[in-house]
Write a protein that binds this ligand. Structure first.
Ligand code: ADP
Ligand code: MG
Ligand code: MG
Length: 250
């Protein structure tokens, strides 16, 4: 699904990613953990195609196609979804209308017809029920006055509606109470199939109690310095990151 080869990136001449290699197969969930400032958000933004970073070396492949030169919109249309750490507010545009537009824009870019209105309504009903989203919530202005939990729930709703091939959740767990966390995790787990993959970026292990990753990678100072299975996340929770630093130095 996703292949990252020797990815180097910088911002304002400061090297941030220093040679990332990562392969994520369809059907897999990978977690990326690491201390603050390690480059986790940079990595997710670059996969999604955000242009404020300069990729100086390496490439990114989605289903074996090199997408390194594509715009964020083109990547989204190919099935990459990135949740935002700080979602934007769009006053006057409801959650539902935003979603309808997003879906139909995607379909148009893929050369498909608009989704029939009844099919759209059915999908909205199914997905909002799955995520325990209130009807009233769907008619509110996008992100306007949303609580942290509501923003996150809305992101997961968008993800569930768009059915991406590669979903990247960047710190989706921050600011969630335990019920919202369970709902978000539930949404991700239901979305999971052998046709898509999920990249969960998190500072804390907590979310990984609910979304069990197949692989855990530790990102430190722009490099993946250690990979393992779900037990690595528990070890990090218990011991922090310093022991890995010492391991590398030794
Ligand atoms: P993480 O998500 O792991 O906390 P980030 O990817 O946000 O890390 O940041 C990695 C490094 O890049 C940090 O040192 C941060 O200060 C720097 N950085 C990120 N975005 C910018 C920016 N827009 N301008 C300057 N430096 C940045
Ligand atoms: Mg950070
Ligand atoms: Mg971050």
């Amino acid at each position: 699904m996703l292949q990252i080869k020797n990815l180097h990136a910088s911002i304002e001449d400061k090297d941030i990613l220093k040679g990332i290699n990562l392969t994520v197969n369809a059907g897999e969930v990978h977690a990326i953990m690491g201390p603050n400032g390690a480059g986790k958000s940079t990595l997710s933004a670059i996969i999604a195609g955000r242009e404020d970073y300069e990729v100086t070396e390496g490439e990114i492949l989605l289903e074996r196609e090199n997408i390194s030169e594509l715009s964020p919109e083109e990547r989204a249309h190919k099935g990459i979804f990135l949740s935002f750490q700080y979602p934007v507010e769009i006053p006057g545009v409801s959650v539902t209308n935003f979603m309808k537009t997003a879906i139909n824009e995607t379909r148009k870019a893929q050369g498909r017809d608009e989704m029939p209105a009844n099919e759209m309504l059915k999908m909205i009903r199914e997905k909002s029920e799955l995520l325990e989203i209130d009807r009233k919530f769907l008619s509110r202005s996008l992100n306007e006055g949303f609580s942290g939990g509501e923003k996150k729930r809305n992101e997961i709703f968008q993800m569930a509606m768009l059915e991406p091939k590669l979903a990247i959740l960047d710190e989706t767990d921050s600011g969630l109470d335990i019920d919202a966390l369970r709902i978000v995790a539930n949404g991700v787990n239901r979305l999971k199939s052998e046709h898509n993959a999920v990249l969960v970026i998190t500072h804390y292990q907590r979310l990984l109690d609910y979304i069990i990753p197949d692989f855990v990678h530790v990102l430190m100072d722009g490099k993946i310095v250690k990979s393992g299975d779900a037990s690595l996340a528990l070890e990090l929770e218990e011991k922090g990151y310093d022991w890995i630093k010492q391991e590398i130095e030794a």
